[in-house]
Design a binder for this molecule. Sequence first.
Ligand code: ADP
Ligand code: MG
Length: 361
Amino acid sequence: MAKILLEHVTKRFGDLVAVNDVTLDIQDGEFVALLGPSGCGKTTTLRLIAGLEVPNAGRIQIGEREVTHLPPRERDVAMVFQDYALYPHMTLLDNIGYPLKVRGVGRREMVSRVTEVAQKLQIGDLLQRRPAQVSGGQQQRASVARALVHQAQVFLFDEPLSNLDAKLRLEARAFLKHLQREVGVTAVYVTHDQAEAMALADRIVVMNYGKIMQIGDPLQVYSRPANTFVASFMGSPPMNLLPCRVDLAAGKIIFDDDYTLDIAAHRDRWRAVAKNGPQVTLGIRPEHISISPTQVPGAIPSQVYAVQPLGGEWLVVTQVGSELVSARLFQDDPPQLAETVWLRFDLARTFLYGSDGELLQ
Ligand SMILES: Nc1ncnc2c1ncn2[C@@H]1O[C@H](COP(=O)(O)OP(=O)(O)O)[C@@H](O)[C@H]1O
Ligand SMILES: [Mg+2]
């Protein structure tokens, strides 16, 4: 096991900056998720750590060694790919044992080490089968086993669960989390699925356009997004982001020209707001808006636009002027379409973002 350090790493493909000045310090034994939309540079970052790409600038360290220009085989990393990359004509035994074979480990020792890892991953009795003769989840375990078998210092996962159906994906998530706690490996895990990153990682690195937008533990990133990009990416449904105007003198936020939120009690934010200017974006999660069927003081009138069942609760989307606002409703009977309801924002749980999209604090 080892720590991983990236310092000001940049990778360009022609004019495109795939990874833009990324600095990242991953601790020994830490499980870090790289999270972001498709094309934001996650896989490229992983391939830079693996040595499958060479950066244009910056340096990479694994453990105490600088590896920036070392080939993959000298880095001691194991990678699990999205498509598992198992050889179809080989048994699981030979697939999992392949990294040992190429390192010159004898057949007998190979079989013994593969068997031990395979048993831990509960595929010990499938070793004579070929990939097509086992389920998707078992193929995924075989691909993890192949990464584990040569006891690399660092594990790199590139969306390893994205080819599984929803139920298997949840099972595999629990399994990976359990395994990581048990084996304690240093892992970098790429995903575009924020729920998966939240579930698995010790820390989440949110990326967009090759840049790091925020680093933090899952609850930090969820509960205090540093900018509107992270706010709109974390959570399902994501945070409401509403363009507003601040009236500093009155201690009010004016929303859609007509509606006023009295935030005089939250004056601590005023200095940052004053520096930014009056145009801000108000962020509030759907669970921090309550819906009332009747007018209550401080609430904003809105029309019900759509009602979606979420199982034990409802997602109610309402229209306020030209904006759509989502709220979670924890009760049995939701409002009707086009009905007027009153929204009350939990003002202590709101965030104000400046004109550059960064959190005002
Ligand atoms: N070998 C390559 N040649 C040219 N462009 C590439 C190459 N690999 C990746 N890219 C581009 O770099 C950007 C980041 O890609 P990638 O790291 O695969 O994103 P992600 O894994 O987050 O979806 C994308 O715009 C992609 O098209
Ligand atoms: Mg990718």
